[in-house]
Design a binder for this molecule. Structure first.
Ligand code: 1HN
Length: 354
């Protein structure tokens, strides 16, 4: 509009600007940035964080920062260089360091959160009174407004990935945060209660299923996820992701969290995935192995411990060039939130004729 509007219209618009502002109104102005772009034009940037850079930083955090009992956490945030805050447009990924003998005190907030355990084992987290032990490769959920506190009595520092939908929550102006009255919650008699009821995914106690929008299952143990992935390797490969599984809500079959989707995938030796782009954002953590992701023509080589976020609507494809080694990736995305709002779109690149 700015280019084609006649001079008189531009002048009229400028002249109206101040008069309208007095009444808290406005009209489109020639110098406004484009409101509707033809396709998503995100300031978020595709970013690779390498474990070889993160590891010494995490060691420094462990040595130099104290964990006070007031509910603060010791976390290294993966900061997208294109955004004021956060790892992607909707969520924050942070790596939490907890040392032997430490307690991260109880609190609750509107942001939905989960932990994926990167290194170590034996820390416990208590979610609404239910205690869970967290071991490497486990996924543990703290849906919005559930109380949670963590405790650790191991030998060496333990670290995990925390993901919270903070930027989504903040864009909706829905921030609530409440510190616990006590540092730790009372623990109910039955540990792992949600797992005992819902963990098989096949059978659960008879009677009325809970009427809750949140997933009743709070933990997805490493061994179970690995076994499922191994079984899925016998299925025809996914053309984009090879062997890929979504962590699901056993009650509904939907995604494990209301706003965020989590997946685990294996890229087998020689795999070359097809390219696709989608709205929404995602973050990968390389559980093991090495490979590469080509994003908009640029190759990001990754290996064990690295993190990669891909900006919305960027073409990307994965490859594993090794002839022997498998690569395993953990993924978090915001597709459940995008889908429920009607904002999820994806496009596959047409196969080149060969
Ligand atoms: C939080 O509450 C936790 O509860 C972890 O462990 C990471 C990052 C930003 C804001 C709050 C936790 C967090 C966080």
């Amino acid at each position: 509009m700015a280019q084609t509007a006649p001079m008189e219209d531009q002048a009229a618009r400028l002249a109206l600007r101040e008069d309208l502002a007095r009444f808290d109104c406005r009209i489109a102005q020639p110098d406004d940035p484009p409101l509707f772009t033809r396709s998503p034009n995100s300031a978020s940037q595709t970013t690779l964080w390498r474990w070889k850079d993160l590891e010494p930083l995490l060691e420094r955090l462990g040595e130099q920062l104290t964990l006070d009992a007031g509910g603060q956490r010791r976390t290294l945030r993966l900061q997208n260089p294109g955004l004021p805050f956060g790892t992607t447009t909707t969520f924050w990924g942070s790596i939490q360091v907890i040392l032997p003998g430490e307690i991260a005190g109880a609190h609750r907030h509107t942001a939905n959160a989960f932990r994926f355990i990167l290194k170590g084992s034996g820390a416990t987290t208590t979610v609404n009174g239910e205690r869970y032990t967290m071991n490497e490769g486990d996924l543990v959920l703290t849906p919005g407004m559930t109380w949670h506190d963590h405790e650790y009595h191991g030998e060496t520092p333990m670290i995990w990935l925390d993901v919270l939908d903070i930027s989504l929550m903040r864009s909706m102006h829905a921030t609530f945060f409440e510190p616990g009255e006590k540092i730790q919650q009372e623990v109910s008699a039955v540990p792992d209660a949600s797992w005992r009821k819902w963990g098989s995914g096949l059978m659960s106690p008879p009677g009325q299923a809970p009427r809750t929008a949140d997933n009743p299952l709070l933990v997805y143990p490493h061994e179970v996820a690995q076994a499922a992935l191994q079984a899925a390797a016998g299925l025809p490969p996914d053309p984009f992701d090879d062997v890929v599984l979504e962590y699901r809500n056993p009650l509904t079959g939907g995604p494990a969290m209301r706003t965020m989707g989590m997946r685990l995938q294996t890229l087998r030796p020689g795999m070359r995935g097809r390219a696709r782009r989608h709205t929404g954002s995602k973050l990968y953590y390389v559980v093991r192995g090495e490979g590469a992701t080509i994003v908009e023509g640029r190759t990001y080589e990754w290996s064990t411990g690295d993190f990669l976020t891909i900006q919305p609507w960027a073409w990307h494809e994965h490859l594993n060039r090794s002839s022997t080694g498998e690569a395993t990736l953990f993924q978090v995305n915001d597709f459940p939130a995008m889908s429920v709002l009607g904002y999820y779109f994806e496009e596959e690149r047409a196969e080149a004729a060969s």
